[in-house]
Design a protein around this ligand. Sequence first.
Ligand SMILES: Nc1ncnc2c1ncn2[C@@H]1O[C@H](COP(=O)(O)OP(=O)(O)OP(=O)(O)O)[C@@H](O)[C@H]1O
Length: 303
Amino acid sequence: MTALQTNQLTKKYGKKTVVDSVNLHIPQGTIFGFLGKNGAGKSTLINMVTGLIKPSSGSFEVLGQPEKRLESIQKEIGVLPDYSTFYDDLTAFSHLNYFQKLLKQSLSKQEIIRVLSQVGLEDAVHVKVKKFSFGMKKKLGIAQSIIHQPKLLFLDEPTSGVDANAVLNIHSLIKEIAARGTTIFLTSHNLNEVEKLCDEIAIMNKGRIQTQGTMKQLREQYQQDIVVHIHHRSLSEKEQTQLKISLTELAVKIEIGGDASEIIVQSSELIPQVNKQFVRQDIDVFGLEMEQPSLEEIFLNLE
Ligand SMILES: Nc1ncnc2c1ncn2[C@@H]1O[C@H](COP(=O)(O)OP(=O)(O)OP(=O)(O)O)[C@@H](O)[C@H]1O
């Protein structure tokens, strides 16, 4: 089943089209990364598919249900809350307890404590929210968003403003939640995070989906030159010259060194042919590494 599907989904404010004919298809069980610069339209799209605002046109389905039946599956959806909605005088436990009752859940005391432990708040179960650090509030927010074991979870910037250790904890937690079968829709400005966690990525720009695919597909789509680092046995000056001549047709840049060389090719299919030239000249190759563009480079190169 599809966790989320949008068909020509559009939102206009006056004459301004903020979300423009978006078609997304998110299979269940994926961690889907949703990227875009400030003002690209990400929150507007999320607000439409979670029922907070009405689309101007187009349609969507969440967990197989159309917009008009969104109410019936609200309990299957989790959304990382805005921290301003926390009650400062409640403890983490009371906060979750209150929230689960709102969702008409009937978790036992132990089960609530287990959710708090799951997000790493086991030492803060009875601490009031007003004493929480920012990172602790993020974790409590995640606990709140997963307390009803949603099938689809929207996490908007789950690690922004959180220290490095807590970021790692939150990443492990996101992977655990996904491993249990929850589809995760992750918005983040941290491209490393998205690259590390997400199965599939969509990049939004000025209301439109500019590109969508797995990291591998995005690399293939946006990769131009590939830098290949080759470690080899020591070469004499004569061998270096011969090698350079043999690679001229294949590479756009060739730097042959004594025991390591850097070669730039325009397609990954040329790499075996580069390797063949080394073999042909009886040069032992000890290592061959390919430099892949990061999501950050791909993102920055998009208009
Ligand atoms: N209620 C509204 N009325 C008019 N314009 C709006 C409204 N809500 C959002 N916008 C405009 O829509 C555009 C997209 O905003 P949105 O919040 O969806 O972007 P975003 O991609 O989530 O950005 P960020 O990364 O900063 O959160 C912005 O230009 C914003 O000013």
